[in-house]
Ligand binder design. Structure first.
Ligand code: GAL
Length: 443
């Protein structure tokens, strides 16, 4: 006779088995939950060198547009201080070369992009240009500077003007100096003499901590020698140290330096602008990122300060263009593309540029968002007779030459040796000869 377990005993045995299974599953899930690999962080990391008051306010405004659109993405800004990227440029090269490229980084349009493009570190972004319709709103002169071999490798976020003379209007008013008289070097130096005689010993403010601040002034003086000369310069065609325009420009710069604050080498570009803001100096030559400093200092354009083209450069527009790109193999490719979309968007540009001092790289900017300086810059851009790419800000000439140019300008500020500087420039061009792959047609 077979023994059968009572029904109730069978049920409780089954319940025990079930309990054990459930406990095992729950524990397993718990262990998995605790030890599982962390989900990929939803991050965007960008590098830039916008650390001055105006620059920081502008990039924060652009990031705010991104954050509004993509609230789940944490933006990590990794700023590297040093105007014109003079520190960041080498930091970025080593990061990119060691496979550690951030999701996007600030890069000038033109030659500065070339080493990255040539070495295959950037992805072409033609599809993005197409889907965002950028070709129809970004003018050809800007488009061409981010296009290499028929492919787009970057998105411009702005158009800065290099050849701007900023002045403290209250000082000019006080000493009866009409800005209209400043459009020739003779008129400008006459005004400097007047201010000097009145006790303002250093009417021109200049920085020089990164050397480029000095080269920036010299570059605009080169432009004032005329577009033919500048075109030869960026095409690597200046081969005679006795070239009369080269010599004349250096002589003009020599004169200019007589009126410059002697502590220039210790100052950053924005500290030089601050001298004009405080009324310690009347003038400074700087790109229109300076407008961002006047802006954050609550100075009113046309009342407290003014701006005009550097003497001898009326009708010319010196181009400085900041871009971002999509490096190969980045950690957050989707967010990198999202960032580029915001960078190129009307909303992004109209948030960033009114603070930055630049004009939008897009022709459909909402003018009402921009202050009077930029509205006049937009007009000047539209009506410019000539545009020329900045060497100092990475666009116009091969990087090796641009770096040497900074050294030569800074050396000249101490030695004031015209023939040595002329020779050094010609030699630097000749040493970089094979790198001049772009042919600029500026007129
Ligand atoms: C330029 C850059 C500008 C501005 C300036 C000073 O090279 O294009 O955006 O920031 O340097 O840092």
């Amino acid at each position: 006779m077979s023994e059968t377990k009572p029904k109730s005993e069978k049920r409780s045995w089954l319940i025990w088995v079930l309990v054990v299974i459930v406990v095992a599953v729950v524990t397993g899930v718990g262990v998995w939950y605790v030890t599982r690999p962390p989900p990929p962080a939803n991050v965007l990391e960008i590098y830039h060198w916008w650390t001055s008051g105006g620059e920081k306010a502008a990039i924060d405004a652009l990031v705010a547009v991104f954050e509004k659109e993509y609230p789940d993405v944490a933006v990590i800004q990794s700023p590297v201080a040093g105007g014109a990227g003079y520190v960041m440029k080498s930091v970025m090269k080593s990061l990119v070369m060691s496979g550690e490229a951030p999701d996007a980084f600030q890069l000038h349009a033109g030659y500065e992009m070339k080493p990255y493009v040539d070495a295959g570190y950037l992805e072409p972004i033609d599809d993005l240009w197409k889907s965002e319709g950028w070709e129809s709103v970004i003018p050809p002169v800007v488009r061409d500077m981010v296009n290499w071999g028929g492919h787009y490798y970057a998105v411009p976020v702005n158009i800065h003007r290099a050849n701007v003379l900023w002045y403290n209007k209250k000082i000019l008013d006080k000493y009866g100096i009409d800005p209209a008289t400043l459009n020739t070097w003779d008129g400008f130096f006459a005004a400097c003499d007047k201010l000097k005689a009145a006790g303002i010993n250093y009417p021109i403010a200049m920085g020089g901590q990164g050397k480029w601040e000095i080269a920036h002034a010299l570059e605009q003086i080169f432009a004032s020698e005329g577009i033919e000369f500048y075109q030869d310069l960026v095409n690597g065609k200046i081969d005679d140290p006795n070239n009369p325009k080269l010599v004349d420009a250096l002589n003009t710069f020599k004169k200019y330096l007589n009126y410059v604050n002697p502590d220039y080498a210790a100052l950053t570009w924005d500290q030089a602008v601050a001298k004009v803001i405080r009324g310690e100096a009347a003038f400074t030559i700087m790109g229109d990122w300076a407008n961002g400093e006047f802006f954050v200092a609550n100075m009113t354009f046309g009342v407290d300060y003014g701006a005009m083209p550097v003497p001898g450069t009326q009708g010319m527009y010196g181009l400085v263009i900041d871009t971002f790109e999509h490096p190969k193999g980045v950690k957050h490719p989707e967010n990198s593309i999202r960032w580029l979309k915001v960078v190129g968007s009307k909303e992004g540009q109209d948030a960033f540029n009114p603070i930055k001092g630049s004009i939008s790289a897009r022709t459909d900017a909402d003018m009402s968002k921009y202050g009077p300086y930029q509205r006049s810059a937009m007009q000047d851009f539209k009506n410019a007779k000539y545009m020329y790419p900045s060497i100092v800000h990475g666009s116009g000439a091969p990087e090796v030459f641009a770096a040497k140019f900074n050294d030569i300008a800074s050396e000249f500020a101490t030695t004031k040796d015209v023939s040595a500087a002329a020779k050094a420039i010609v030699d630097a061009i000749s040493a970089a000869k094979s790198e001049y792959t772009k042919v600029w047609k500026l007129y």
